[in-house]
Write a protein that binds this ligand. Structure first.
Ligand SMILES: C[S@@+](CC[C@H](N)C(=O)[O-])C[C@H]1O[C@@H](n2cnc3c(N)ncnc32)[C@H](O)[C@@H]1O
Length: 303
């Protein structure tokens, strides 16, 4: 049954065919009936060690849980960037495929596709040949790179500059490495700082869109409200704000106990909407897209 937020168009269950989303098949849903309760019931130590011993990718995700490095392992699954996956053989390879195809891992890759699409839309909407992205808690900034690379070939007349802010230097060093590889270094500015200091940077860089993905999930209501207010003040009328949050989902216990990915604050669509409204955004200028695993929401607001 459609909720009122769906009915009035704020919430959209996104099925964009062009994004090649990873969707749960009917067969998978049947297997999940037994598989997910089994995963969730694994005792913490046993589950953690089982995952750790069975796959290199999973071990790295456990080691760097919540950081950009763990996301990188999932983003690069089955891509040429993940040499470790191609090195795995036999049972270990099979296990890697299993862990990389948990609903949460698939949803993270779906989220990246959705963020990339929304960044593209907001850049085109800016209607200028010089566009600025301000990425907060940027991590490896994969969505920003995807967009810049796409525009380089599809719209070479549009120059995109990006500011990447992250409180950890290693995240920015990593994304600087990607920029060097793509020969894009002159389009990036790097800031090591806490998002809480955002107001220091107002008017310093051309900004059409602020993107902040993978961070709100760790901010409690009070901190999230303060952060949203500072982002609202930072934006100029006509700017976009793209963010997201994880929803409650069936694999939560497994992710916490056996992967060791802890501390997330699961929000509903209305919790997320409340943060926007409370900060000053108008309801008719907010859209919340939900990827097909129904785990990640990406919200886009226009000031
Ligand atoms: C889960 S990663 C998300 C990376 C990237 N946005 C993405 O979606 O792939 C979270 C990032 O937020 C950064 N971070 C965490 N707390 C922060 C804060 N208070 N201010 C700035 N960056 C922060 C971390 O260093 C990390 O790179």
């Amino acid at each position: 049954m459609a909720t009122s937020l769906e009915a009035n168009g704020v919430v959209v269950y996104d099925l964009d065919q062009l994004l090649n989303y990873e969707k749960p098949s009917l067969m998978r849903k049947m297997i999940d009936f037994i598989w997910i309760p089994f995963l969730n019931l694994l005792p913490k130590r046993l589950g953690f060690n089982l995952v750790k011993m069975s796959s290199h990718d999973a071990k790295v995700v456990q080691k760097y849980a919540t950081s950009f490095r763990a996301l990188e392992v999932m983003y690069n699954y089955n891509s040429n960037n993940n040499i470790d996956f191609f090195r795995e053989k036999g049972l270990r390879k099979f296990c890697t495929i299993i862990w990389q195809n948990t609903h949460n891992a698939q949803a993270v890759r779906n989220r990246l596709k959705l963020v990339t699409r929304e960044l593209e839309k907001s850049i085109l909407h800016a209607g200028s040949n010089n566009v600025g992205i301000f990425s907060l808690a940027a991590g490896s900034a994969r969505a920003v790179f995807a967009v810049i690379n796409k525009f380089k070939s599809a719209f070479p007349e549009i120059r995109i500059e990006a500011v990447l802010l992250d409180k950890h230097a290693d995240a920015l060093d990593f994304s600087r490495g990607i920029a060097i590889r793509y020969n894009l270094l002159n389009q990036f500015t790097y800031i090591i700082d806490n998002v809480k200091n955002l107001k220091k940077y107002k008017y310093k860089y051309r900004t059409d869109v602020v993107e902040m993905v993978g961070l709100l999930d760790y901010f409690d209501r009070q901190n999230a409200m303060e952060l949203f207010k500072s982002i609202y003040d930072f934006l100029e009328p006509g700017n976009f704000f793209i963010t997201g949050n994880i929803k409650k989902n069936s694999e939560e216990a497994f992710i916490k106990k056996s992967i060791g990915w802890e501390g997330m604050i699961y929000r509903s669509e209305s919790d997320l909407l409340e943060l926007f409204i409370n900060a000053g955004f108008k309801k008719d200028k907010i859209k919340i897209y939900i990827e097909p695993q129904n785990i990640h929401m990406i919200a886009v607001a226009y000031k």
